[in-house]
Structure formats: structure tokens, C-alpha cells
Design a protein around this ligand. Structure first.
Ligand SMILES: Cc1ncc(COP(=O)(O)O)c(C=O)c1O
Length: 453
């Protein structure tokens, strides 16, 4: 009998059987799905039904920024549920006003009108609709190595292979893709700084040749697709291009926001204010689903005299807003900005230290407490271990083998294509970071044994 069955009517085996038989496992073939039965989580660890503890080296889906079971966040949910669990989005509430005031303090200056959703996906849907309504134009430029969400509009704007299944019929029209910024493996075969940031200049070429472009959407620091950090000239230049052509700039900070990169929002690294900023995940420490679409006053002004043609039953749901208030206050109280920089620097040093030891590491890169370790079969040619086609075909991926070994050793890491995204809760201590790096160090022998000689 498992520990969990003492307090739960089902055995752990039954929980897993019902889960896999009757619910979908996301982004995978369903056959062979064997999820861990998680029963508890606290701080930087979560626990399975057998009582084994795992270090959460990627804060689940890069979202549990304050660590699991933050008491202030839990209290806020409980208090709000008791006070006012729900009223429709047409009413004013204390919590809506309090959160709005806090958001104005932490968001890039000038973003001061908010639409609250229940996911990052819906925040991007709102952004696209707002961009189309305000500009009267249609097209959205996105980039290949990106993820913007799973519904029709946001998956259409997703550059990575999760989009493929929806093409062409299920996809909203008007999305076109620019090359991503990737100075490790440039998609247009340039080398920084001699390139003159050709990847962003090409976006201007696209806008000029497409016409009818409403917006450009970027993850300022690309998340799941490998913590890709643009050179310092990129965002200021993109801002100039967008202004020149009257195209809106949307920053998707669903993953890169909330101190993760060592600033409140990644755009702050370049002092660039987007027209629209979307976010979710860490906004409530992931304890309740909440997304945010924040717009400039100029966009807000447009809707003074135009119909705002968008809404949800659960928009500005009081229960979703209260933990966001608590999370922002906790981020400030715990000084997570300073912590992300300090401990992120420590983590980065440790990860860089792995590179000389492991021929399978192509690059270690990161910012704040947001890191990627990219694996290659061949360091010179920068050949990834697996391809997007293999991922979609459900073939075994090398990074998943490494991640499985780490799980066996009590450390969870997010793996994707040929890299890991390392983004522990920002409260992680040096010894917790050491534990994660040591597990990666050990498991990388699997990748090292499969490199090309
Ligand atoms: C950059 C980015 N945008 C959008 C999304 C979609 O957010 P959600 O899963 O909350 O719908 C994600 C999710 O991982 C993301 O990383």
C-alpha cells in the first residue's frame, strides 16, 4: 500500500491507470505514457506516491517561481475564496484594483491597461485580436523557434513543430515567420557582431514586402525553445522598425517574466517597452491559472471610442487575481530580483563548468536564473541529437534519456529537442543548485557516449 492510499480512496496504480486511460497527456503519443504520481510539493521539491523527493530544477513548466506551497499565495487563495470567489468581469472588485496598481509598479513603464485571462495562450489570443482591431491590419510576424500557446491563433503563431498538426486548414490566416535570433546556430548562417543583426533587419524586409502587418510577436528571451538571448542591439532595433512601419510590438513574457531573467521582465534588459506585453505562469506562482495582456495607453485610448470585441466568463476572475497580488508582494519581500541575479550567476558558473567535461555539450547560455544546456552530437558541426520530426513521430529523444536518468537520481529537468531548460524556483539555495548540476553532470555520460567521433 502506498503512502497516498492512506488518505486517498484510490491506490497509486489506480490513479495512474485512470489518468492515462481517461485524460490526455499533452504533446505526446498517448501509448506508453507513464506519468509519475505526484502527491506533494514544497519549496524546491516535489514528492511522488512512494515518498521519493525530486528537486524541481525547472520549476515544473518554468512557472513555480516562488517555490511550491508559498504560504502567502495559498493564504490569498483561501481568503479570496471565502470573501468573493467569483463575480462576472463586468464589475469592479477590490482585488482587481489592487492587482492593477501593483502591475503598474512592476511592468515596463507605459503599460497600464490590463486584460486578465486564465492562461498565457489566451493572453496571446487577446493580444492578436487587439492588434488587429487597433491597427486595422491583419498579419502577425512571429519567429520559428517560438511557442506562443495552443489554441488556433496562438498555435498558428508558434514557430516550433507543435504547430504542424494544425496546418494548413486549422490555422488562422496571416501568420508569417521570421528567422529566430540564435547566435549559437544562426538560421541565416551569420556571425555576431559582424552580421549587423541581419535577423532583425530581415523583419523590416518582411514588413515592407508583406504590407498589412499588424504586429510582430517575440519571446524576448525564447523559453522552451532553448533560452535564446538576443544581442543587445536586437530589441531596440526591432522597436525602431515597428515604430517606423506602425506595427505593434508584442512581447510574450509568459515564461521570461517575473524576475526569471534577473529583471522584472526580460524587455527591461534593453529598456524597450513593447506595445503589448503578455504573461502568465509566475504571475500567481502557477498556483491558480492566470494570464495577463497588458497594453499601452495609446492602445487603451483607441478602445475609448471603439468596441472592445473580446471577453471571457473567467476574465478578471477574483480567485485568479488574489494570488497574483500575493505573488508580487512575495517577490518583493524575498527580493527575488537580486536573488535571481546572484544565484543565477552561481548556477551559470556551475553549468559552464560542465562544458569542458562533456563533449556532448554544444553551448551553455542563460540570463538570471534561466539557463539552457544545448547538446550536440558533433561540436564542430553543432548537430543536434534529434530533429523536430523525430519528436513529433514519438521517437526516443536523447535528452529524454538523460532526463530520465536524472529523475531516477531525484532531479527533474525540462528537456526539449536537443536541450534542457533549467529554471529552478528563484528561492533555490546553493546546495539545491549543486544537487541539480551534479545530477546533470552524472547523466550527461549517456549523451557523451553517443557523440560522433
Ligand atoms: C512563451 C510562452 N508563451 C505562451 C505560452 C502558453 O501559456 P499557457 O500554457 O499558460 O497557455 C507558453 C507556455 O509555455 C510560453 O512559454
Amino acid at each position: 500500500m502506498t503512502e497516498s492510499s492512506a488518505t486517498h480512496p484510490l491506490t497509486s496504480a489506480q490513479v495512474k491507470e485512470i489518468t492515462t486511460k481517461h485524460t490526455y497527456g499533452t504533446w505526446r503519443k498517448q501509448k506508453g505514457w507513464n506519468p509519475l504520481h505526484v502527491t506533494d510539493a514544497e519549496g524546491c521539491y516535489f514528492t511522488d506516491a512512494a515518498g521519493k523527493k525530486y528537486l524541481d530544477f525547472s520549476a515544473q513548466l518554468m512557472c513555480v517561481t516562488l517555490g511550491h506551497k508559498n504560504p502567502a499565495v495559498i493564504q490569498a487563495i483561501q481568503d479570496q475564496a471565502a470573501k468573493l470567489a467569483y463575480v462576472g468581469p463586468g464589475w469592479a472588485t477590490d482585488v482587481r484594483a489592487e492587482l492593477s496598481s501593483l502591475l503598474i509598479e512592476v511592468l515596463p513603464k507605459g503599460l497600464d491597461k490590463f486584460f486578465f485571462t486564465t492562461s498565457g495562450t489566451e493572453a496571446n489570443e487577446a493580444a492578436f485580436k487587439i492588434a488587429r482591431m487597433v491597427t486595422g491590419k491583419t498579419k502577425i510576424i512571429s519567429r520559428y523557434r517560438s511557442y506562443h500557446g495552443s489554441t488556433m491563433g496562438s498555435i498558428a503563431a508558434t514557430g516550433d513543430p507543435r504547430r504542424w498538426a494544425m496546418e494548413p486548414a486549422g490555422k488562422i490566416p496571416g501568420v508569417i515567420f521570421a528567422p529566430e535570433v540564435n547566435c549559437y546556430k544562426c538560421p541565416i548562417l551569420h556571425t555576431y557582431p559582424g552580421c549587423g543583426i541581419a535577423c532583425v533587419e530581415y523583419i523590416e524586409h518582411m514588413i515592407a514586402n508583406e504590407s498589412d502587418v499588424a504586429a510582430v510577436i517575440v519571446e524576448p528571451v525564447v523559453g522552451t525553445n532553448g533560452v535564446l538571448i538576443p544581442p543587445k542591439e536586437y530589441m531596440p532595433r526591432l522597436r525602431q522598425i515597428c515604430d517606423k512601419h506602425e506595427v505593434l510590438l508584442i512581447a510574450d513574457e509568459v515564461m521570461s517574466g517575473w524576475c526569471r531573467t534577473g529583471k522584472w521582465f526580460a524587455m527591461d534588459h534593453w529598456n524597450v517597452v513593447p506595445d503589448i506585453l503578455t504573461t502568465a505562469k509566475g504571475i500567481t506562482n502557477a498556483a491558480i491559472p492566470l494570464g495577463l495582456c497588458a497594453t499601452s495607453r495609446k492602445i487603451a485610448a483607441y478602445f475609448e471610442d471603439h468596441f472592445f470585441s473580446h471577453g471571457h466568463t473567467y476574465e478578471a476572475h477574483p480567485l485568479t487575481l488574489a494570488p497574483a497580488v500575493a505573488s508580487i508582494k512575495e517577490m518583493k519581500r524575498l527580493n527575488l530580483l537580486a536573488r535571481a541575479n546572484e544565484m543565477g550567476g552561481y548556477l551559470g558558473e556551475k553549468l559552464h563548468g560542465l562544458k569542458p567535461k562533456h563533449p556532448s555539450i554544444g553551448e551553455v547560455r542563460g540570463l538570471g536564473m534561466f539557463w539552457a544546456v544545448e547538446l550536440v552530437r558533433n561540436q564542430k558541426l553543432k548537430t543536434p541529437f534529434n530533429t523536430p520530426k523525430q519528436k513529433i513521430a514519438g521517437e526516443p529523444m536523447l535528452v529524454d534519456k538523460v532526463a530520465a536518468r536524472m529523475m531516477a537520481n531525484g532531479v527533474y529537468i525540462n528537456s526539449w529537442m536537443s536541450h534542457f531548460v533549467i529554471a529552478p524556483p528563484l528561492i533555490a539555495t546553493a546546495s539545491e543548485l549543486d544537487q541539480g548540476v551534479a545530477a546533470l553532470d552524472e547523466a550527461l555520460s549517456i549523451a557523451d557516449s553517443e557523440i560522433e567521433h
